[in-house]
Design a protein around this ligand. Structure first.
Ligand code: ADP
Ligand code: MG
Ligand code: MG
Length: 200
């Protein structure tokens, strides 16, 4: 049974940052269609700051790693996604407490609390064509396995294509938001894929 220590959570953040770098062009392209064409650069700026902060002062516990990461996202990302992802990681980190290692089940429960905090902050629910459409099914499938979570988040992101956006900039487009994949749901799927990779 895998125990997650601070180093493993740091690796999750590092692998996420690499995925964001690799996919930044695509995230920005998706945001160009239904937003303001900055989601890739927002995420890159945020995760570059996260990796730098974690390298400079590596936190001792999984909870502290996520709290540090969340704080960086909130302070460096100007867009809607910064406070939302920042809240996700910070709230998840708080849920992990001060334990030096956590189990997969504890990590799942922490992330579940983080996803609930994102829903409260943004006032969105699954079906509104936001990051929650990947985060909610992803965190739910974490009860099965990390691979199942990555697959569920990816499916959730793809399922945003026919949705009408009800939150965020894409909602200004009304019906014209239909037929495009949500950028935030797409980046959320990247985070779950990175988690599945480091959990192996
Ligand atoms: P901005 O829209 O400020 O330019 P980004 O482009 O970085 O910010 O992020 C846009 C993404 O943020 C959207 O694709 C969507 O997934 C997510 N988002 C926007 N508003 C909300 C909200 N109220 N709740 C949940 N997610 C949201
Ligand atoms: Mg944008
Ligand atoms: Mg913007």
């Amino acid at each position: 049974k895998t125990a997650f220590d601070a180093a493993l959570i740091v690796r999750w953040m590092t692998v996420s940052a690499a995925a964001v770098d690799r996919e930044a062009g695509r995230l920005t392209e998706l945001d160009a269609a239904i937003g303001d064409a900055d989601h890739g650069s927002n995420m890159q700026r945020g995760f570059t700051a996260v990796v730098k902060a974690l390298e400079t002062e590596p936190p001792a516990t999984p909870g502290a790693v996520l709290i540090t990461a969340g704080r960086q996202l909130i302070s460096t990302v100007g867009g809607a996604s910064g406070p939302l992802y920042g809240t996700l990681l910070r709230r998840s980190g708080k849920g992990l407490g001060e334990a030096p290692q956590v189990t997969a089940e504890e990590l799942r429960a922490g992330l579940q609390a983080g996803v609930e905090a994102v829903a409260r902050l943004g006032g969105a629910a699954p079906g509104d064509k936001t990051m929650l459409d990947a985060l909610a099914p992803g965190v739910e499938a974490l009860a099965v396995s990390f691979d199942a979570a990555a697959e569920a988040a990816e499916r959730g992101a793809l399922a945003t294509v026919p949705m009408l956006a009800r939150k965020g900039r894409a909602s200004y487009l009304g019906e014209r938001s239909i037929g495009h994949q949500d950028p935030g749901a797409t980046s959320s799927a990247l985070l779950f894929a990175a988690l599945a990779e480091v959990a192996k």
